[in-house]
Design a protein around this ligand. Structure first.
Ligand code: ADP
Length: 226
């Protein structure tokens, strides 16, 4: 089996038409392998979110090929793309987007139950993840009863609950103080290393970026080594 998790080539993304057209990506290529932790560092407006949305199958490219786990996603209909997103891709955002009425364990278990797990199986997996991320004692706390760093660790656990191949994160520590940011990043790193996930993490934090396997940026509408 190939180790390539994400493979993008000849990708174009152009917003708008005619004189108003804004080219964000043109003939861009990018790929990631299992277990790779890649930082995406680029100025605001360069196209980081666009790249994450394309890789996450939330947007379709205007041209090019995009494969996840060897499957060409351009040819898939919306239902198949949704299925792919649910089973192969995890998302973490700057703000946790946890459901306020559910506790930490329930927030993590929810995507598992949606994917067909029994509540017992889902709780077991949620507990394992809470343990890996060092927040098992917080299992029954609701988001409002958790610190920012704990909330973000729950959001990470939820993103990987269904054992996706690809984790996409948009400024996952952008809302945290430096010490908490380091803790959350360390938890994220350990998770990537222990599961063989490929993770693409947009960040403005150069110190965190330097700890990843490589850093890419977006320049001249292409994804290039930073
Ligand atoms: P970043 O995440 O690096 O800040 P984005 O990917 O959000 O950059 O945006 C790249 C460029 O594309 C920006 O100039 C932004 O204004 C533009 N853009 C993003 N989404 C849209 C959209 N849906 N329609 C038109 N322009 C967009």
């Amino acid at each position: 089996m190939s180790d390539v998790v994400l493979d993008m080539s000849g990708i174009a993304r152009i917003y708008g038409k005619g004189a108003q057209a804004l080219t964000v990506l043109q003939d861009a290529a990018f790929s990631m392998s299992r277990g790779e932790l890649v930082a995406l560092v680029a100025p605001s407006g360069a196209g980081k979110s666009t790249l994450l949305h394309l890789a996450g199958l939330l947007e379709r490219p205007d041209a090019g090929a995009l494969k996840i786990g060897g499957v060409e996603c351009g040819a898939l209909n919306d239902d198949k793309r949704t299925q792919m997103r649910r089973t192969q891709i995890g998302f973490v955002y700057q703000f946790h987007h946890l459901l306020p009425e559910l506790n930490a364990r329930e927030n993590i278990a929810l995507p598992l139950v949606i994917a067909g797990a029994t509540s017992q199986e889902a709780d077991k997996r949620a507990n394992t993840l809470l343990g890996h991320l060092g927040i098992l004692p917080r299992a029954t706390h609701r988001p409002s009863e958790l610190s920012g760093g704990e909330q973000q660790r729950v959001a990470i656990a939820r993103a990987v609950a269904n054992q996706p191949k690809l984790l996409l994160a948009d400024e996952p520590t952008g809302n945290l103080d430096p010490a908490t940011s380091d803790l959350v990043f360390e938890a994220l790193t350990q998770l990537v290393r222990s599961t063989g996930l490929a993770a693409l993490i947009a960040t403005h934090n150069h110190e965190l970026a330097a700890q990843m396997d490589r850093t890419v940026t977006i320049a001249d509408n292409k994804v290039v080594v930073a």
